[in-house]
Design a protein around this ligand. Structure first.
Ligand SMILES: *[C@@H]1O[C@H](CO)[C@@H](O)[C@H](O)[C@H]1NC(C)=O
Ligand SMILES: *[C@@H]1O[C@H](CO)[C@@H](O)[C@H](O)[C@H]1NC(C)=O
Length: 337
């Protein structure tokens, strides 16, 4: 059999699985995977993190000013980098944008804009030689969280450096009737954090882009074919490494500018955020995300996703009372001698 025939068969199998045709192309991360060009783990600083914001739409530039300004003012942030994914935006605009963001920022951390090498969603996770921190925040250009929540998230990550730490959670689940994996939301458990806000070890960029051999290469091809699900795949990568699920935290103030209901600037509660995320107009989106979970399971050969329960909150708030030496005390006091 010739190579041509093999490729044809591979495409036919892949496209029947995914109901779409995609072209074979080299791994997007190839030349980014040279370890010698990347700083060693030990050289990376642990007292700050790097923010990688996905930018695409010029209409969102005003929001980008607000969002980059907040990150750049955070003492825990070493640098803010906008990864620009829209190949149609002229380079002149990007140069202007970088200048405008920098001069308007109230913060100290430098802000820059970098054009992505391709429109592949996998490029969000490319390892970068200029990342000088052991943690990176992968986030969207339309999510605004308060400065205190940034610090809080970073503290959580420092206590759980192997796990993904995030603000928006979803879940995989087995559907008993169809006996397939589906994408859903659960009131009390989760296994997937979204890249709207995902703080993690910088090392996971390398794992995602460069490790895992042929099966990860196939998983990355699925991300390209679906034009979606890079966040789900990162959750597979992290859970495969740790054997446990991610860490969800609660922020007091989150503004999701991507949601039309936010026109009035109203902030969403966590419950509303989940409701919007799974509304009926997003049914097709949910189905496609389920397809991704099934495909990743198939090509990676196992269901790596793990559930986590509960979330971290930054105030102890109302506590239960516990008995200690015959007296009722706040429960956290009983652990202190
Ligand atoms: C940058 O700022 C200048 C002056 O306010 C404005 O004319 C221009 O449109 C801005 N460009 C971008 C890309 O934000
Ligand atoms: C999962 O972990 C195994 C064992 O460490 C490794 O061989 C494999 O490449 C990993 N897969 C992914 C998707 O990270």
């Amino acid at each position: 059999m010739t190579t041509g025939q093999l490729i044809f068969i591979f495409l036919a199998v892949a496209s029947s699985r995914l109901c779409m045709v995609f072209s074979l192309r080299p791994l997007s991360g190839d030349h980014h995977c040279n370890r010698e060009k990347l700083p060693s783990q030990k050289a990376l600083r642990t007292d700050q993190f790097t923010v990688l914001i996905n930018g695409y739409s010029e209409s969102r530039i005003p929001i980008l000013h607000t969002v980059t300004g907040i990150y750049s003012s955070s003492p825990s942030v070493a640098a803010v980098v906008v990864l620009w994914g829209n190949p149609k935006t002229p380079i002149k605009t990007l140069v202007q944008l970088a200048h405008n963001l920098s001069i308007s920022s109230p913060g100290d951390a430098p802000i820059s804009v970098i054009r992505q090498p391709s429109s592949s969603l996998n490029t969000r996770f490319l390892p970068r030689p200029w990342i000088s921190t052991r943690a990176v925040l992968i986030c969207d250009d339309d999510i605004e969280i308060g400065p205190k929540s940034n610090e809080f998230a970073f503290n959580i990550w420092r206590n759980n450096p192997e796990q993904l730490v995030g603000l928006f959670a979803r879940s995989h689940e087995i559907d008993l009737t169809s006996r397939t994996w589906i994408y859903t939301v659960h009131p009390d458990r989760y296994s997937i954090l979204l890249t709207k806000f995902m703080l993690m070890k910088t090392e996971y960029l390398y794992r995602y882009s460069c490790e895992g051999g042929e099966s990860m290469a196939n998983a990355r091809l699925i991300v390209d074919a679906m034009r979606n699900c890079e966040d789900i795949l990162m959750n597979f990568v992290a859970a495969n490494k740790t054997g446990v699920g991610p860490v969800l935290f609660g922020a007091k103030r989150v503004r999701d500018w991507g949601d039309a209901r936010n026109e009035g600037g109203r902030e969403l509660t966590a419950a509303e955020e989940v409701a919007v995320g799974l509304s009926s107009r997003k049914k097709d989106h949910r189905k496609r995300r389920g397809d991704c979970i099934r495909e990743f399971h198939r090509v990676l050969g196992k269901m790596a996703l793990r559930y986590s329960y509960g979330k971290m909150v930054d105030s102890v708030g109302e506590q239960g009372l516990c008995e200690k030496g015959g007296k009722l005390v706040l429960c956290d006091q009983q652990f202190f001698k």
